[in-house]
Ligand binder design. Structure first.
Ligand code: PEP
Ligand code: MG
Length: 604
């Protein structure tokens, strides 16, 4: 029977496919399809892992047997017996090998898929003692995964989409869906997880998944932001999704409405196919605007720039019609690195190559390189993160510029790389999360020091325009001081909203309070833009508000002429600009600012 789950619509589009459910902690196992002739080998890997774990447990048992009876914890002996029983369970072994033989899942994927199935059966048990054995099952699963890990591939390590299609098979495809597929096509796979980190998502680009659903996350969490950049349908904050959706269920993700439909009826599949087609036609229509200059009806040019995460994103940004990069989130170069220790962060040469690659790809258009903004919901790998304790609030901790100033050697490496890359094209150097005059001064000193080092080493570097992000209310309230030190400002609305309203941007339990239309937020934005205009300094918005078409008219009416967003959002925002008369919008924007209920002020 069909049912629906509701979450946050974070990345538009519709995907109809088969669910691949991964609960927390299991997301980081490899998921890839194996070749038909590797089935035997994969099963042998599993058997070897099972034997190794069984051997380990038996050794533990014999170790316990040597204890004096009074010292040997009876529960431990019983527990190990249960683990051995689970390991030797034929139904479990058959279930796992069925995934390998029938679906060509790799061993780790097959194991986690079968553990999902069994763990549901445990959840449904009446007897509380048996229900609690689920913990044992999980421990056995972890031991097996650890035994497999020696040769495991990395997260989302994939075969190519073509290879995947060859294996996915068309078994059990609902007839209405089968009718819509090309003869050689297989239905998409949709990932259902409790949570995905932004670095997980970066690997999504090469993965076999056509969309995803998570249980946690808000609209401006970095997971959502990266999903928008990938342009794949996604819904976050769909509570209990990984419990209610079963492995292999047919599901529809409606990334426009934030709805996930499980086990859809043929009628619903038809309806969503129709919506999917309409969406593609609309995108195609908007795409045709990519070479049209972005100018309002009354002739005001508006610069539409791109937010990017990796050098490879520069090319799609150009394709979408961006006239520069307004925000290069360089922290993504630092994330998802599995080695431990600060020494494993990208060195100067690697960073320089990445920044130069973006400048070259943008062919002389300006590139805004933001210094590393690690922390909060963008952690480094374990062992490499800023040293916030787990119980502290990372959004208020050693994040972004705070971390950079606490790790001056690391920061200097990045500044040197940016300055050197600036010899190859126009660079705006942007600093996130500044709130204190002392931070401004220390940052500027660090930039001077980086220049002095390069001078003394005789290394070439180029000029940069210096900019600060305004994303903390304290900074918004002292814009004049910022303008004494910086050439331009960029408003990070994602964080400005979070910190103004004291609402964690990743916590879906307070998502309803994360209100970009809050009068305090709008007032701060208006004030920042007005001060920049008075001082003749450039100002842009680079948070998610910039790509949200419902804000375009308001921002134009405030006089904003520079917006930076994910490239996929550029065409729709451009369409809004082409239809707007900037001068006529000014009184309306003022009325919105004066209202206690800004969204009720109709645009006449
Ligand atoms: C912002 O806070 O609006 C912003 C653009 O930075 P990030 O989303 O990377 O924190
Ligand atoms: Mg920010």
């Amino acid at each position: 029977m069909s049912f629906a789950l509701h979450g946050q619509a974070v990345s538009r589009g519709i995907v109809i496919g088969r669910a691949v459910v991964m609960t927390t902690g299991r997301v980081d196992v490899a998921h890839y399809f194996i070749e038909a002739d590797q089935v035997g080998k994969e099963i042998r890997r599993l058997v070897a892992a099972r034997d190794a774990v069984a051997q380990e447990i038996r050794q533990l048992q014999s170790g316990l047997a040597n204890f004096p009876a009074s010292d040997a914890p009876a529960e431990l002996t019983a527990l190990l017996d249960v683990h051995l029983m689970l390991l030797e369970d034929q139904a479990l072994a058959k279930g796992v090998s069925d995934w390998i033989v029938g679906r060509h899942y790799n061993a780790e994927w097959a194991l986690t898929a079968q553990f999902e199935v069994i763990s549901r059966q445990f959840d449904e048990m009446e007897d509380p003692y048996l229900r609690e054995r689920k913990a044992d099952l999980e421990q056995v699963g972890e031991r097996l995964l650890a035994a497999l890990r020696g040769e495991a591939k990395s997260l989302f390590d994939q075969v190519t989409a073509d290879e995947a299609d060859a294996h996915r098979g068309r078994t059990d495809v609902p007839p209405v869906l089968a009718d819509k597929l090309q003869p050689d096509d297989s239905p998409p796979l949709v990932l259902v997880a409790r949570d995905l980190s932004p670095s997980d998502l970066l690997q999504f680009k090469q993965s076999v998944f056509g969309g995803f659903v998570t249980e946690v996350g808000g609209k401006t969490s970095h997971t959502a932001i990266v999903a928008r950049g990938l342009d794949i349908p996604a819904v976050v904050g769909a509570r209990q999704a990984s419990q209610l959706i079963r492995q292999d269920d047919w599901i529809i993700i409606d990334g426009d409405e934030g709805v996930v439909i499980i086990d859809p009826s043929p009628l619903l599949i038809e309806e969503y196919f129709f919506k999917q087609r309409q969406g593609s036609v609309e995108r195609e229509r908007l795409h045709r605007l990519r070479h049209t200059p972005s100018v309002t009806l009354d002739g005001a040019p508006v610069q539409l720039m791109a937010n990017i995460e990796l050098p490879a994103d520069a090319e799609p940004a150009l394709q979408a019609g961006a006239v520069g990069v307004g925000l290069f989130r360089t922290e993504f170069l630092f994330m998802g690195r599995t080695n431990k220790g600060l020494s494993q962060l990208p060195d100067e040469a690697e960073q320089f190559t990445a920044y130069k690659a973006v400048l070259e790809a943008m062919h002389g258009l300006p590139v805004t390189i933001r210094t590393i903004d690690i922390g909060a919901d963008k952690p480094l790998e374990r062992g490499m993160r800023p040293s916030s304790e787990d119980h502290l609030n990372p959004a208020l901790g050693l994040r972004a510029i705070r971390w950079c100033l606490a790790e001056p050697a690391m920061f200097l490496v990045q500044l040197r790389a940016i300055l050197r890359a600036a010899a190859f094209g126009p660079v705006n150097l942007l600093v996130p999360m500044l709130a204190h005059v002392s931070e401004i001064k220390q940052t500027l000193l660090m930039i001077d020091r980086a220049r002095a080092q390069l001078d003394s080493e005789g290394l070439a570097y180029g000029p940069v325009r210096l900019g600060a992000m305004i994303e903390v209310p304290a900074a918004a309230l002292m814009v004049d001081i910022f303008l004494e030190h910086f050439d331009f400002l960029s408003i990070g609305t994602n964080d400005l909203i979070q910190y103004t309203l004291a609402v964690d941007r990743v916590d879906q339990s307070v998502t309803h309070l994360y209100d970009p239309w809050h009068p305090a937020v709008l007032g701060l934005i208006a004030q920042i833009i007005a001060r920049c205009q008075e001082k003749g300094k450039d100002v842009s918005v680079c948070g998610e508000m910039a790509g949200d078409v419902t804000f375009t008219a308001f921002l134009l009416g405030l006089g904003l002429r520079n917006l930076s967003m994910h490239p996929t959002q550029i065409p729709a925002v451009k369409q809004q600009i082409l239809r707007s008369h900037a001068k006529n919008l000014e009184p309306w924007s003022r009325a919105v600012l004066d209202s206690a209920d800004p969204q009720s002020v109709a645009l006449t």
